[in-house]
Design a protein around this ligand. Structure first.
Ligand code: NAP
Length: 311
């Protein structure tokens, strides 16, 4: 198979930090252009819009949409209509309805749609899923706490409706939980802390109940200073599993069982190439469904205003 000609749409933080190096080191792809309203690349042709890029370079086979979620649907829909394969950064859309409709359009167009969840490609996630097979779970605790000023510097879109606030990283934890737990789980109650001057939550305390009868609790916080926490603890009758550092370390009863360097985006792009080659798609909305339920059922409290550190 010849290399997949791919264009990046939205040349911001994640495109530069992760998509660019992952694509440049994978021979299955030829990265040919970027489209972004103002951010440009030193080494690649730049277009101010995806439409301009696809019209100038009809040879492009696929696009990676690295834009904020509220603009993802219209870009994905246009790319599919133009016969392109589409990789959606997470979250795959601003609403579930958008993603279901994109899936229908992809099937109709006969093109691959990949709703990517980068955290699922963290190296210890699959070993964790395997370890949990057949074990009786007693409870799950998720702690996903990071400093928004470090990971989303100046990104005001994250505080807008549809930007999801702390659920932008929190959904990564939910993408792992939904991958490693066999049981379905359902949102029951929770508190979303919304800064007085913003629209989206800066923190959330969430309680889910699993179909297996055990609780799944999650604490998300964007105000974390010092060490960051990206941990999922699963207590079972036969020991306690801990996935740490976003899924790169696996501990059982405090003993390190598995650790590997971070390889999320290389894994994600390997999967996208396999999907394209085999004519399949991969659209799992379960993490977004939990976020949507939390916004539907969660209780909102107003907390101190949020200002970027440089403001
Ligand atoms: P970002 O730095 O704000 O970058 C978003 C980019 O999208 C901007 O560069 C912006 O372009 C571009 N854009 C906006 N509207 C566009 C449009 N209509 N057409 C083309 N480009 C458009 O945000 P980010 O951190 O990269 O996040 C983007 C997505 O990646 C989010 O869904 C986020 O959840 C996900 N993600 C982020 C991280 C992270 O650590 N930051 C990690 C994993 C996944 P201009 O700069 O040209 O104006």
């Amino acid at each position: 198979m010849s290399a997949i000609k791919i264009g990046i749409v939205g040349f911001g933080k994640i495109a530069r930090d992760q998509h660019l190096p992952a694509l440049n080191t994978n021979p299955a792809y030829e990265l040919v252009a970027v489209a972004s309203p103002s951010s440009t690349s030193d080494s690649l042709p730049h277009f101010a819009s995806m439409t301009a890029m696809l019209e100038s370079m009809p040879e492009i086979d696929a696009v990676a949409l690295c834009v904020p979620p509220t603009v993802r649907y219209s870009l994905a829909s246009e790319a599919l209509a133009r016969g392109k394969h589409v990789l959606l950064e997470k979250p795959p859309g601003a609403t579930l309805a958008e993603v279901y409709e994109l899936e229908r359009q992809a099937l109709e167009a006969g093109r691959t749609l990949f709703a990517s969840w980068h955290s699922r490609h963290a190296p210890a996630v699959e070993p964790a899923r395997e370890w949990l097979q057949g074990r009786r779970i007693v409870g799950v605790d998720i702690e996903w706490k990071e400093d928004v000023c470090v990971w989303h510097p100046g990104q005001d879109w994250i505080w807008q409706p549809g930007g999801m606030g702390v659920f932008d990283p929190g959904i990564n934890a939910l993408s792992i939980a939904t991958a490693i737990l066999d049981d379905a789980f359902f949102f029951r109650e929770g508190v979303l802390a919304v800064p007085d001057n913003r629209h989206s939550p800066i923190a959330a305390d969430l309680s889910f109940a699993s179909a297996g009868g055990y609780p799944v609790n999650a604490a998300f916080d964007f105000r974390q200073k010092g060490p960051q926490s990206w941990d999922i603890r699963v207590e079972t009758e036969e020991g306690t599993l801990m996935l740490s550092k976003g899924g790169s370390q696996l501990f059982v009863d405090g003993t390190l069982q598995f650790e590997a360097p971070e390889q999320e985006y290389p894994g994600l792009y390997r999967h996208f190439a396999e999907l394209i080659e085999s004519g399949r798609h991969d659209v799992d909305v379960s993490p977004l469904r939990h976020v949507s339920d939390a916004f539907l059922l969660g209780r909102r409290v107003i907390v101190d205003p949020f200002h970027w550190e440089a403001d």
